[in-house]
Design a protein around this ligand. Structure first.
Ligand code: C2O
Length: 344
């Protein structure tokens, strides 16, 4: 049977594995739950662009929206930290699966990883657009899959900007991203740069080609109701994990980006996940949008998110509704160089 979303009122203490301590990600709230509805097809299309290509005007809007989100009252579900706590609660065992006490809800480490994060980013983008009254507002993505994007984008590095977060590995502020990075590795030198870029591209290329007819390799392993995840990731999640570690500090508890408990408190998280989402979309395109798994165990898996518009209300979403970004009224700007190699 498909994994089912928990009742948000059942949230309990969570556990931060790096910190080895109990943490609180959510306060139980009384909620009504409604079913997810797609935005009206007449809504303008939001076009997500690479962070490095952002115009001054778009950057100013993004900064204004983030500043407003951070300034919302602490208990507002749209507040920046509240939004990050949603991630914390669904990745640090703050909920049990309905009907399976002690089996936690975990949105990483399985085939639901891409879909859950697609909804999550979608709601976040919408909140920001609403805060600045712009229905066309789209978040930037960090295109780390393209050679020109294999650095931390500048928009996140201005200490005076609300996009800034000091809890990162500062050693990586102008370093080349290495998809094989592990803690303690030195930055690639300039004479190593070309090889590292090539190795990054090769790794991605392998991820796409090897998994084309075997989606669980790309998406993650099967997970059904009552099952617990094991530490085994799909290709997309694996490279994504490395980047989390590369951005976050190299010592425990790896806050913010290197720890699922706190990762979404860094604005880079959202640019990173928009790119993860884009790469999933690219993968879908290589398969002509054919659903990756033809089983209700996946298609009817459900998630629940706090309603960005109504306090105390939750929205229930199904994996089957996540499969086509255009139904959410967002898209990625025309095919980028990194995708071309997969889309021939
Ligand atoms: Cu929910 Cu990048 O992890």
């Amino acid at each position: 049977a498909p994994i089912q979303a928990p009742d948000l009122t059942t949230c309990h203490e969570a556990y931060d594995d790096s910190l080895k301590e109990k943490v609180v990600c959510c306060k139980p709230v009384v909620v009504t739950t409604i079913d997810f509805k797609f935005p009206d097809p007449s809504e303008p299309l939001r076009v997500r662009r690479p962070a490095k290509d952002m115009s001054q005007k778009d950057l100013a809007k993004f900064i204004e929206a983030i500043a407003k989100m951070k300034a919302l009252p602490e208990d507002d579900p749209r507040n920046f930290i509240q939004q990050a706590q949603v991630h914390c609660s669904f990745c640090q065992d703050a909920y049990d699966q309905p009907g399976f006490p002690n089996i936690p809800v975990q949105v990483h480490g399985s085939w639901i990883f891409p879909a859950w994060h697609r909804f999550y980013v979608y709601f976040w983008e919408k909140i920001l657009g609403n805060l600045i009254g712009d229905p066309t507002f789209a978040i930037p993505y960090w295109n780390w899959s393209d050679p020109e994007g294999m650095y931390l984008p500048e928009i996140y590095l201005d200490e005076k900007s609300p996009l800034y977060n000091g809890k990162r590995n500062k050693w990586h502020y102008d370093a080349l991203l290495d998809f094989k990075y592990s803690f303690g590795d030195a930055n690639p030198t300039s004479s190593e740069a070309d090889d590292v870029i090539l190795a990054n591209l090769r790794l991605l290329n392998n991820d796409f080609t090897e998994s084309k007819n075997t989606p669980k390799l790309f998406m993650g392993r099967v997970l059904r109701a009552g099952e617990e995840v094991v530490e085994e990731y799909g290709y997309l999640e694996t490279v994504h994990n490395t980047i989390h570690q590369w951005v976050g500090p190299s010592t425990s508890p790896y806050w913010d980006m290197g720890n699922l408990h706190t990762a979404a408190r860094d604005t880079v998280f959202w640019g990173h996940h928009a790119n993860v989402d884009r790469l999933w979309n690219t993968y879908q395109l290589t398969r002509n949008m054919k659903p990756e798994f033809d089983t209700t165990d996946w298609l009817d898996a459900t998630f629940v998110f706090p309603d960005p518009d109504v306090k105390g209300q939750a929205i229930k979403c199904k994996v089957r509704d996540s499969l086509d970004p255009s139904k959410f009224r967002y898209t990625y700007e025309s095919v980028q160089p990194d995708e071309q190699q997969f889309l021939q």
